[in-house]
Structure formats: C-alpha cells, structure tokens
Design a protein around this ligand. Structure first.
Ligand code: APR
Length: 321
C-alpha cells in the first residue's frame, strides 16, 4: 500500500511543525533509519522544501527512508508516532510561559488533526510551555495516557550531563544525571542521581560549584535563546524527542525522564510532570517512583505548583476554567 510515495512497510513518523526542531528531527529520523517521515506545517512550501532537501541527502548518507512535506493532515494517516513542535518559539526576554496563549490555540488544532488521522499513534509533545501543552494534547485527543507524553527531562538531564562532563573533562557517556519536575526554570536537578561512572558527583565537584552548574542547567534554554535572538534551542530538543521515538519504535523499554500523566505516583494526581518512565512498544509502559530526599521533594512540589498555575492559566485562556 502506498500513500503519496510513503510506504507503510516502514514505520511512519509524522512531525507536526516543520520549523527548526521539526526539520532537525526529520534529518535525525532519516539518518538513523527509524522510518519514513512526514513533515507537516501550515506554511505552504516550508515542509515541502525541507523534505526535498532531506531526500536529496539520502544517496550521500545512504538512507532509503522517504520524506514527504505537506500542509494536509491526511498525509499523516496511520502514523506510528507523531511528534509535535507546532507553535511559536521563545525570543529573548520571554519565558516558556509567555508562549501559552498562542500555542494553546495551535495545539488544540493539532490535537484534532492527530486524533482524526493518526488515532493509534504515540504522541510526543515538544511545544512549550511543555507541561500545559502535553496536558492539552491528552485532553483533545482523548488518547490513553500511555500514548501522550512530553519531551522535557531527557533534554534537561542532557544539559546537566554536558556541563558536568565539561567541568570534569570526562566523556559525556561517563556522566548520568536526572532532572525532574516541570520544564521551566524551577526544574529539579536531582544531585544525588548524578553519577560519574558510579561515583557520586558530590565527591568530585564542590557543592558550591554544583549549585552554579545546576543554576546554569535551569537556565540553559534561556541562555541559548539570548544567544540566538530569533528562536530557541533545536538540535538538543530534537535529539531528545527522537530518542523517545526510537525507544517506542524498537520496544527498547528504556528508562527516560519524560513528562507523563501522574495519577497518584509521587503524590501527584492529574498532572503531567517529568519523572523517570519506561518507554517501549506500549508507549509509557511504567512510571518509576524513586525516593526523593526532603530537599528534592520540596523543590519538586514548588515546581508542581508552577505547573498547576500554568495549567490553570491555560484553562482560563481556553475558557474551560
Ligand atoms: N500546525 C502546524 N504547524 C504550525 C502551526 C499549526 N497550527 N502553527 C505554527 N506551526 C509551525 C510554524 O509554521 C513553524 O514552522 O510550527 C513551526 C515551529 O517552528 P519554529 O518556529 O522553528 O520553532 P522550533 O524551534 O521548532 O520550536 C517549536 O518547540 O521547544 C519548543 O519552545 C519551542 O514552542 C516551541 C516549539
């Protein structure tokens, strides 16, 4: 069976939003051979142009995956995974929360499109403010909670790993880290979970310096926005979401920090919040409930209050409060 040149023998990955992150994810999916890619956007010409450009790198990179650029939702039909970046990105001086009104309207439309054309897909949301946008996606699609998940903690943890590896001049692959909570400036880097090949980071970096590193992790997205001036980070968010898609498509049962709907875990009920989850063929197959120290729990609760506020603001904007 064929749909406009896209075979269904391969997995089908629909990228909703063909901007900086969408285009980068398309490239990564094709390079990694994850499947055929559909790039959807509302700007006619943008997804088509990027798709053609990407396809023409295939013979050089030796991939056969197809890439279709489109402005029609029908083309995402039957997608295995939908990754959503549709919306606007931050400019200098803006917080992720400042994107709320515009992106909530966009995510509502996107959710309807996914519900209609890719009803069996795993939906990974990247659009900010992430915790509110993934909540809205779950509501609009009505998909079960294991199939709607937000990308946040893989990126935030990767930022922690990057800075610690730089500080110690060791390979990033030797550094494990975990950042939980909301995807905002009050995210929670869990210091006790940062290990350098099993050695606690606190034994290698003084506490005061770790405070500075963690502050930089919290503001890492803003640091990039200030430098770029016209948009926000895209290589690293793209890598993070593609890692989630890969875990799902290959049933890797990988433990990754992601924004998942909590229903009692961590004492949280009815909110998306970043915690370690297991991703496999069933989507979010399990939520891993780890013990948090009193200090981490306090930070976790403060971050949760912020997520509750942003969801409330969204509900006011959408007129459902
Ligand atoms: N449907 C599909 N795409 C849309 C829609 C819509 N209704 N509205 C806007 N878009 C598209 C834009 O046309 C643009 O091409 O979304 C794309 C967003 O791309 P960029 O502006 O390059 O933003 P990007 O850096 O990819 O970030 C997207 O992810 O990390 C978050 O904060 C970031 O919310 C932002 C999102």
């Amino acid at each position: 069976m064929k749909e406009r040149g896209i075979t269904v023998a391969r997995k089908k990955i629909a990228l909703i939003g063909a901007g900086n992150i969408g285009g980068t994810m398309a490239h990564l999916c094709l390079l990694k051979g994850l499947g055929d890619v559909v790039l959807y956007d509302v700007i006619d010409g943008l997804p088509q142009g990027k798709a053609l450009d990407l396809l023409q790198s295939g013979p050089i990179e030796n991939f056969d995956g197809k890439c279709l650029g489109t402005t029609q939702y029908e083309d995402i039909a039957g997608a295995d995974v939908c990754i959503v970046t549709a919306g606007i990105a931050r400019k200098p001086g803006m917080s992720r929360d400042d994107l709320l009104g515009t992106n909530a309207k966009i995510l509502g439309q996107v959710g309807e499109g996914i519900k209609k054309y890719a009803p069996d897909s795993l939906v990974i949301v990247i659009t900010n403010p992430l915790d509110a946008m993934v909540t809205l996606m779950k509501r609009v699609t009505g998909f079960p909670k294991n199939r709607v998940v937000g990308q946040s903690g893989i990126l935030d943890s990767s930022r922690y790993r990057t800075f610690v590896a730089q500080e110690l001049n060791v390979s990033v692959s030797s550094v494990a880290a975990l950042v939980l909570g909301g995807h905002g400036d009050d995210m929670v880097p869990v210091r006790s979970s940062c290990l350098i090949s099993g050695v606690p980071v606190e034994k290698l970096i003084p506490a005061k310096r770790l405070d500075e590193i963690e502050a930089r992790v919290r503001n890492a997205g803003g640091e990039i926005v200030a430098l770029l001036k016209t948009g926000s980070a895209y290589y690293s968010p793209a890598s993070a979401a593609v890692r989630m898609a890969e875990a799902y498509l290959f049933d890797k049962k990988e433990i990754l920090p992601c924004a998942a709907l909590l229903e009692g875990e961590y004492g949280v009920n009815g909110y998306y919040f970043c915690v370690p989850v297991m991703i496999g063929a069933g989507g979010v197959e399990k939520i891993i409930d780890i013990h948090l120290s009193a200090t981490d729990k306090k930070a976790f609760d403060e971050s949760l209050n912020h997520v509750k506020d942003i969801v409330q603001s969204m509900d006011r904007i959408l007129g459902v409060a």
